[in-house]
Design a protein around this ligand. Structure first.
Ligand SMILES: [Zn+2]
Length: 165
């Protein structure tokens, strides 16, 4: 059983300290939250935006990597407009349902899909994301109208991995 961070039920909760998720690869830590709780985790993002979309009763927890929320907030500040997430954390079952890759960064709380209107919006978002140092992967999905962003490790001075589906 993983350790669960207790949260205050009402009002803005203080940012919990990261806890190690020992079943995840690498030395990184992630934040683990009970799915039913809701609060602001940055100035403009609420925890619920990162919840798995599967609606299964067995899906109780949300993994969120601190680098992901910090990067999205940085991006949001630079663009000075709201970013709408269509997918954040995915439990393994939901990841399989949506056809995500087996080791998808979504299952590790390290990825989010941002709704994108296309055209200039597309270029602006992808360009601004590439300038956020912790963002290591940028995928364009025109069919779904989203840009996938993840915080996979990125070498200093190198560009993020980018692809189009
Ligand atoms: Zn789920």
């Amino acid at each position: 059983m993983r350790e669960i961070i207790p949260l205050t039920p009402t009002g803005p909760a203080p940012m919990p300290a990261p806890i190690p998720a020992s079943n995840l690869p690498g030395p990184e830590t992630v934040w683990l939250y009970p799915k039913l709780d809701d609060f602001q985790i940055t100035a403009n993002f609420a925890l619920r935006e990162f919840h798995c979309r599967c609606r299964k009763k067995s899906c109780h927890f949300t993994l969120v990597h601190p680098k992901l929320v910090e990067s999205l907030q940085t991006l949001r500040d630079r663009l000075a407009r709201p970013l709408f997430l269509t997918s954040g954390f995915r439990c393994r079952i939901y990841n399989r349902i949506v056809g995500g890759s087996l080791r998808s960064y979504h299952t590790r709380g390290m990825a989010a899909d941002v709704l994108c209107a296309g055209g200039e919006d597309w270029e602006e978002l992808a360009g601004a994301a590439a300038d956020v140092p912790a963002i290591g992967g940028i995928g364009r999905y025109p069919g779904r109208g989203v840009i996938h962003l993840d915080v996979r490790p990125r070498e200093r001075g190198e560009l993020p991995i980018a692809w189009s589906a």
